[in-house]
Design a protein around this ligand. Structure first.
Ligand code: HBI
Ligand code: FE
Length: 297
């Protein structure tokens, strides 16, 4: 299977059966325990992505990366990252063993702590993994956390998470996170640029998301996105595009409650749907996913 999302298990209960030592699920990063092979995996992934991202990732991503103590030589040390990040936007990186339960995740984000997996994928799974590892979490997410707009937006997501759960609208909120923080595109000088971490940490989806003729690229619309299912096991069929990263600030400030009520109980859209009400930047051919569907028997 080609590289896709690194969040295969998003939304599922994490860490089944293993009780965490600390209630917030954090663990020491254990930096000195990384092996030469693990640092080597980081280097391979790092070099591949840093070649691909100029001209495909948005300016904020490139700039954030430049300003961080991240390089090809070794897996970054979370304390060093947190020092630079903290000075810029007040965020910290904390180590976790993998996916953590939703409420634990939200509590961290609401307090400007980004939980990052401390492990790295194996050499034979460079393009596919089930849980977010240190490459996805650090390379994919941390550069955008250097940006004040994203910094506020993800905190607001954490704060909104618990409320969404109480309102029974966690699925709707998770779709917004998915189509922004993980798989978001933004227009810059009339071109599509990546800001989503799930794309930025994937070599194949980096190209697919901005260059391929198969996916739809639609103007981001909050209620539309709340009603749209997503793919967790393959490239997205549709990307939602912001006009500007400033839109994240609006999203961070508005109260989602009235939007939940507006979409509650209404039809849900499939990942590839294009609606008459959509602003369509590119209408996808759908060829990629058509070729991957099981033929009717
Ligand atoms: N845990 N470590 C980690 N990383 C995530 O991105 C994550 C998580 N737990 C739950 C979760 N994401 C999502 O299901 C929520 O955003 C809804
Ligand atoms: Fe992620």
């Amino acid at each position: 299977m080609p590289q896709t999302s690194t969040h295969e298990k998003h939304g599922l209960a994490a860490g089944t059966g293993q009780a965490p030592e600390r209630p917030d699920w954090t663990i020491p990063q254990g930096w000195s325990d990384y092996t030469a092979e693990e640092h080597g995996v980081w280097r391979t992934l790092f070099e591949r992505q840093t070649r691909l991202l100029p001209g495909r990732a948005c300016q904020a991503f490139i700039q954030g990366m430049r300003d961080l103590p991240i390089g090809p030589e070794q897996i970054p040390d979370f304390e060093q990252l947190s020092e630079v990040l903290g000075r810029r936007t007040g965020w910290q990186i904390v180590a976790v063993p993998g996916l953590v339960p939703d409420d634990v995740f939200f509590e961290h984000l609401a307090n400007r702590r980004f939980p990052a997996g401390n492990f790295i994928r194996k050499p034979h799974e460079l393009d596919y993994l089930e849980e977010p590892d240190v490459f996805h979490d650090v390379f994919g997410h941390v550069p955008m956390l250097m940006n004040p707009l994203m910094a506020d937006y993800i905190q607001a997501y954490g704060e909104g998470g618990l409320r969404a759960k109480q309102l029974g609208m966690l699925e709707q909120l998770a779709r917004v996170y998915w189509y922004t923080v993980e798989f978001g595109l933004v227009r810059e000088q009339g071109e599509f640029r990546i800001y989503g971490a799930g794309i930025a940490s994937s070599a194949t989806e980096t190209r697919f998301s901005v260059e391929d003729t198969s996916p739809n690229r639609l103007r981001f619309d909050l209620q539309r996105v709340m009603r749209t299912r997503y793919r967790i096991d393959d490239f997205q069929e549709t990307y939602f595009v912001l006009d500007d990263l400033d839109e994240l600030l609006e999203l961070a400030r508005i109260d989602f409650a009235s939007h939940y009520e507006a979409v509650r109980g209404r039809d849900v859209f499939e990942p590839g749907d294009v609606l008459p009400s959509d602003t369509v930047f590119t209408r996808g051919t759908g060829v990629y996913h058509a070729g991957r569907r099981q033929p009717d028997s």
